[in-house]
Structures are given as structure tokens and as C-alpha cells.
Design a protein around this ligand. Structure first.
Ligand code: NPG
Length: 369
């Protein structure tokens, strides 16, 4: 396979409802779609960088430059034996996993389409025909609003609820959620809003039998998480600070977590995501698929990823309609009444692209050949 062209498109999509984390509120997304072309076939990927460098160091504008100037050039025109070859060609770039991962995932999609196979099969997944889904509910303006939202998501069938916490919106909120919903699978995500000095405060969350607390401490720390984990009963789930399979090995060795969230973009694509999956599986650490407010392409890639065997916990991959009035794929991603997403058998990521709609919301486009 030889890539003849890479097309970058930036699309702008308003969210149906704002999404707030400990680092800020998002009301609209600026998303880069990566199209790769070879032999008359196209593959598509989505860059999961946010609009600001607040989740990690990447954001839409930085990812565009990295893709154009550093990721596409070494891959274009090369004879690739398989999509596996892409990650090593861009491994010399420090950081910028989301930019790298957007193109890498597109090549996996391209190769699956060329082979006439669904992407989930092509990456070696297929452990399940339906992936279990949870929802992530951002910080709300009030606790009653949060409780209402949880009620509605449970009525939709979602299997677990994740709420966002930050100092001032944590123990008391979790207590009220637990009082109202004593039996649900519940977890809390702090997006790095605490320090080890908050350990005693975080220990109070042990009373609420959460499935896990996600990334309580710094985005680039593993050691403090290990110390915190030794003081908590609730398993810690690491997200931001695990950017490679090697980081996962280190975190597991230090007993810094009991669970790992895998995000395709955060680790630079399918090759590294699979390696990380295997490292965790060998150590008996369950994983689940995280979300980054993806449009349809990224969402469909996540569905494929979550069919690997060790994705045993419900992930943050949910229906398109929770985010978008209209998605860029057809049909949109939908959930069953049991809170699952059924895997599709069409070649590649399994959904049709809505080219007309994509054209309409494209604010920037550049071809690299
Ligand atoms: O359903 O896509 C989704 C959102 C899942 O909570 C979610 N993502 O830290 O995991 C996270 C969080 C996030 C949201 C991160 C927005 C960055 C921006």
C-alpha cells in the first residue's frame, strides 16, 4: 500500500449541550478529519485533540501543523506493508499522539476497506458483537440537574454513569448521587484536579463504592498515583498519564492503578492501543474505551477498538445524538435498549460518511501529496 494523498479537513460542530470538565467548558468542537488515499480507496481518521491545550498539550491548530509538516511527509509515497508500519515511521516525533493517531487510524481504516473487512476484525477484535456503553456526564450547574440527567441516561439503558468531579464539586455531589441511585455502576473522573495533599479528602469517596476514580492527580504523574492508590480502597483508573504501553507497564509495576482507560488518540493510534491492551490484559488489569467528544468517525473507531477482549468494562462510547444534532456518518451511532452498541459488518469503520454535510461544515481544508 502506498499513500498517494492525505487530505486534512477541519470541521466545526456545535454540541447539543455544553460539556464541562475540571478544566473548562466546551460548547462546540473543532475537529480534524484525516482522509488518506491509495489505489482509489479512501480511509478516514479523526484527531481527538480538543480546542485548547488543557486536556493535554495538543489542540486543533497544533495538530494540523504537526500532521501537515511532520506526520504526513514520512508516510506519503512509502511502500507500507501494513498499517502496522505507520506508527514506527512517526515515532521520532515527541508527543503529539493525537495528531499521529488520527492519520494512523485512517490507514487502518483504508487497509480494512481494501481487504473488504470490517475494521474490528482487521485489528484483531471481535471478542463481542455488542460493546457495553456508559455515559460521561459533565459538571452541571446544580445537583438536581445532574440527578435529572443521570435518570434520563439510565432510562436510555446506559450501563454505567461517570460523573466529573473537581474541588468543590465532589464528595457531597457523589453522596447525593449515591443516595438517589444506590445500585448503579458509578464512577468519578477528576481530570487531574487534585494533588496528593488531597488524599484524606479523596478517601471519603471510599464510602460510596465507586467502580473507580479516574485520573485524580497530575496529568503527567504515576508515582503520586501509586501513593494515593495505597491509601484508597477504590481502584484508581489512569487516563491522561498513560500515553504508551510502556507507561502502562510502569504504572502497573508501581501499583498506581487497578484499571486503565484506553483512548486511541491519547496513545497515538491502534498499534499502541493494542499493545497497551495486551500489557494490561497480561497483568489482569481491565480496560475500557474512553471518549473525547468524537464525531462519527472517531466514535466508530472506538467501537472497533472496544471489541478487543480485555475491554470488559463499559466505556465512554455512547450514541451520536447525545452530542450532535446531526452526525457526519450515516446511520448515526445508536445504542440498544440494553445500553450496548452493535458492531457493524460493513468494510472499514462500518458507517457511511455524509460527504455533503462534511463539505458544509468544513472550515479549512488542505491536501498533502
Ligand atoms: O463521551 O466522549 C465522551 C466524553 C467522555 O468524559 C469524557 N471525556 O477526560 O475522559 C475525559 C473526557 C474529556 C472530555 C476530555 C472533553 C477532554 C475533553
Amino acid at each position: 500500500m502506498k499513500l498517494e494523498k492525505v487530505i486534512l479537513r477541519q470541521i466545526r460542530m456545535p454540541l447539543v449541550h455544553f460539556f464541562e470538565t475540571s478544566f473548562g467548558r466546551t460548547t462546540a468542537r473543532d475537529i480534524i478529519l484525516v482522509e488518506v488515499l491509495a489505489g482509489g480507496v479512501s480511509g478516514w481518521g479523526e484527531v481527538t485533540a480538543g480546542e485548547n491545550p488543557f486536556y493535554n498539550e495538543e489542540w486543533t491548530a497544533s495538530a494540523w501543523l504537526i500532521l501537515r509538516d511532520y506526520v504526513a511527509p514520512p508516510v506519503l509515497g512509502r511502500n507500507l506493508e501494513s498499517a502496522q508500519d505507520v506508527a514506527p515511521l512517526v515515532a521520532h516525533i515527541r508527543g503529539h499522539q493525537m495528531a499521529r493517531g488520527g492519520l494512523e487510524a485512517a490507514v487502518w481504516d483504508l487497509e480494512a476497506r481494501q481487504a473488504g473487512r470490517p475494521l474490528w476484525q482487521h485489528i484483531g477484535g471481535g471478542a463481542r458483537r455488542e460493546i457495553p456503553c456508559g455515559v460521561s456526564i459533565g459538571i452541571q450547574d446544580s445537583v438536581p440537574q445532574l440527578l435529572d440527567k443521570i435518570e434520563r441516561e439510565l432510562a436510555e439503558g446506559y450501563q454505567r454513569i461517570k460523573i466529573k468531579i473537581k474541588p468543590g464539586w465532589d464528595v457531597d455531589v457523589v453522596r447525593q448521587v449515591r443516595e438517589r441511585f444506590p445500585g448503579i455502576k458509578l464512577m468519578a473522573d477528576a481530570n487531574s484536579a487534585y494533588t496528593l495533599a488531597d488524599a484524606e479528602h479523596l478517601r471519603r469517596l471510599d464510602d460510596f463504592y465507586l467502580m473507580m476514580i479516574e485520573q485524580p492527580l497530575s496529568h503527567d504523574d504515576i508515582i503520586d498515583h501509586a501513593q494515593l492508590q495505597s491509601r484508597l480502597q477504590t481502584p484508581i483508573c489512569l487516563d491522561e498519564c498513560i500515553r504508551s504501553a510502556h507507561h502502562a507497564e510502569q504504572a502497573i509495576r508501581l501499583r498506581a492503578c487497578g484499571i486503565i482507560n484506553i483512548k486511541l488518540g491519547r496513545v497515538g493510534g491502534f498499534r499502541e492501543a493494542r499493545r497497551l491492551h495486551d500489557v494490561a490484559q497480561a497483568a489482569g488489569i481491565p480496560v475500557w474505551c474512553g471518549g473525547m467528544l468524537e464525531a462519527g468517525v472517531g466514535r466508530a473507531h472506538n467501537v472497533a477498538l472496544a471489541t478487543l477482549p480485555n475491554f470488559v468494562l463499559p466505556g465512554d462510547v455512547s450514541a451520536s445524538k447525545r452530542y450532535w444534532a446531526r452526525d457526519i456518518i450515516s446511520p448515526p451511532v445508536e445504542t440498544t435498549a440494553q445500553g450496548t452498541i452493535a458492531v457493524r459488518d460493513e468494510p472499514g469503520f462500518g458507517y457511511e460518511l455524509d460527504h455533503e454535510f462534511i463539505r458544509r461544515i468544513t472550515v479549512r481544508e488542505e491536501s498533502i501529496a
